[in-house]
Design a protein around this ligand. Structure first.
Ligand code: ASP
Length: 306
């Protein structure tokens, strides 16, 4: 079964005219990350590459393309987790970096902490030689229009979501995951969502599996969705069943909708969601699988994408 990479481009409701951009983006990202696994690279390298590609793609709510907070500014959260050592790194409310997922990885690898926030995270980025980008370079016309048209803070969960994430198992059975987001539209300045929280936006354990989540961040945090799904897997449920159980629990208990991509250490995988849509793509054994609506699962040979 090994290796495998599964990515998502966010749970929510994608406007019709943006559906093709979203499905093309996740397929390109899964192909980019899977090449690393095919060449014998690590699960961590593969998820960071896939999420970097999605952050660089302005059609997703992460990196360039992030939604704007109540002040009309970009503030991003990102996380990585390595299932071997249960090591994790995250950044929250960062503004002037193109690829928060790479900064999260540096937090994991180069500090003794698991999360750095706002100015402290930016100071660390400078110390690590991460180039600073102009805040405007992350703002797309689409994000600006959404912000201008929806200034009601209660409306922050509606419409475009587009958070990005990935889970992978490499040829050695290592599990890794990564998630990155601009958060929720019109959020209060300083709001930190589930994405930066270990067990919420992501969780990975080589002994059980890995999850990257998306959706209503406050609900995800209340049920620690990624960790909850890993616990269900620990209890013997498959990646798919555990994902369905976690999402159903979140909906019943706190009324939250969302989606996940999940793997187990053997390479079994799932892409499940309770929101109307979630763009996702998986790559395994030289094939790509992808979908957007419930029960949709297209497949094609990876060579046809090159
Ligand atoms: N979970 C993200 C957040 O609340 C948003 C999303 O996944 O669309 O920040």
């Amino acid at each position: 079964m090994l290796p495998v990479l599964v990515v998502h481009g966010g749970a929510g409701q994608i406007p019709k005219e943006r559906v093709d951009l979203s499905t093309a983006g996740v397929r390109a990202a899964v192909r980019g990350g899977y090449t690393i696994l095919q060449d014998g690279g690590s699960a961590m390298d593969a998820v960071v590459e896939a999420v970097t590609l999605l952050e660089n793609n302005p059609d997703f709510n992460a990196g360039r393309g992030s939604v704007l907070n109540a002040k009309g500014e970009v503030e991003m959260d990102a996380i990585v987790m390595d299932g071997g050592a249960l090591a994790s790194g995250a950044v929250s409310a960062v503004r002037d970096v193109a690829n928060p997922v790479q900064l999260a990885r540096l937090v994991m690898e180069r500090t003794s902490h698991t999360c750095l926030t706002a100015n402290g995270a930016m100071q660390f980025a400078r110390a690590m030689g991460v180039p600073e980008v102009l805040p405007e370079s992350l703002v797309t016309d689409y994000a600006r229009t959404l912000w201008e048209n929806t200034l009601d803070p209660d409306d922050c969960h509606a419409g475009k979501m587009g958070t990005v994430g990935a889970v992978a198992v490499d040829a050695e059975g290592n599990v890794a995951c990564a998630t990155s987001t601009g958060g929720t539209r019109n959020k209060m300045e300083g709001r930190v969502g589930d994405t930066a929280c270990i067990g919420g936006g992501a969780y990975a354990d080589n002994k059980v599996g890995g999850v990257s989540s998306t959706g209503d961040g406050e609900a995800i945090m209340k049920v620690t969705l990624a960790r909850l799904i890993v616990i269900y897997m620990e209890q013997g449920h498959s990646a798919e069943r555990a994902s369905n159980m976690g999402l159903a629990y979140m909906k019943e208990r706190v009324g939250g909708l969302g989606g996940v991509v999940t793997v187990d250490p053997e390479g079994n995988w799932a892409a499940r969601f309770s929101s109307p849509q979630m763009s996702w793509a998986a790559a395994q054994r030289n094939r790509i699988y992808y979908g957007l609506y419930e029960e949709e699962r297209f497949t094609q040979s990876i060579d046809n994408l090159r």
